[in-house]
Design a protein around this ligand. Structure first.
Ligand code: GLN
Length: 255
């Protein structure tokens, strides 16, 4: 009797070990096979912009993504589709995640899951280099440029009734700068680091006043999906902060 009991026990143990083995093997195989699709903005230097020389998209987001994927051993394809299209693709399940200088906020948290913040920035009012406008009060009766889907657009639209201006929507950052330079619009609200970089590179605009809504950028997935990718991003981010790679990337772009 004792012998049979021991035998049954042994068989059960082997069976359960085999079951564990199978489960683990399958999970590992799936992870290595998966190539994530990650989407981003296409003209948002120093976070992502097209480099004519290399024919590739470069920037802080591009380098952080690469460093984290290397650290965590996963593969991805990057598609620089523009900010609003990037968010739409993730929501439609056509992309796994977005990294696009995307500010973490409560409204977005209802439809996205975010990583830990990886860079702090806010928006600022932007006007033509020779403009006299120096506050929201000066916008009365004027047209303010907005970039679809952004915090800057939300801020512009929230304040338009109170300050008596209208807004005109554009797809990208460069289009809204151009609208101000050619006089079709008088201002926009752009991320501080991005407009400072553009001005440094010769765009004829200036900032007015203080930073609005300072908060963190995060990597995001559609709410309730790709939880393992957020875990990997966070783990990789902690590692590249620890080993100096993160600082190296920021320094490369003058931060
Ligand atoms: N940080 C801003 C936002 O999240 C702008 C992002 C962008 O234009 N790429 O809305």
């Amino acid at each position: 009797m004792k012998k049979i009991f021991a035998l049954v026990l042994a068989i059960l143990m082997v069976a359960s070990l085999a079951a564990c083995g199978t489960a683990t093997d399958t999970a590992t195989a799936d992870e290595t096979a998966k190539v994530y699709t990650i989407v981003s903005d296409n003209a948002f230097a120093p976070f992502e912009s097209y480099d004519n020389e290399s024919g590739e998209y470069v920037g802080i987001d591009m380098d952080i993504m690469k460093a984290i994927a290397e650290d965590q051993g996963f593969e991805y394809n990057m598609m620089n589709v523009g900010f609003d299209p990037a968010l739409a693709k993730v929501q439609a399940g056509q992309a796994d995640a977005v990294i696009a200088g995307m500010t973490i906020n409560d409204e977005r948290k209802e439809i996205f899951d975010f990583s830990e913040g990886y860079f702090e920035d806010g928006q600022v009012m932007v006007v033509a280099k020779d403009s006299d406008i120096d506050s929201l009060d000066d916008l009365k009766g004027k047209v303010v440029a907005t970039k679809n889907g952004t915090m800057g657009a939300e801020y512009a639209n929230e304040n338009k009734d109170q300050y008596g201006y209208t807004t005109k929507a554009f797809e990208g950052s460069n289009e809204q700068y151009q609208a101000i330079i050619n006089g079709n619009c008088v201002a926009c609200f752009e991320d501080y680091t991005v407009i400072v970089d553009a001005i440094k590179n010769g765009v004829e605009l200036k900032t007015v006043g203080d930073k609005i809504n300072p908060s963190y950028y995060g990597f995001a997935v559609k709410k309730g999906t790709n939880a393992e990718l957020i875990t990997k991003f966070n783990a990789g981010l902690a590692n590249i902060k620890e080993n100096g790679k993160y600082d190296e990337i920021l320094a490369k772009y003058g931060m």
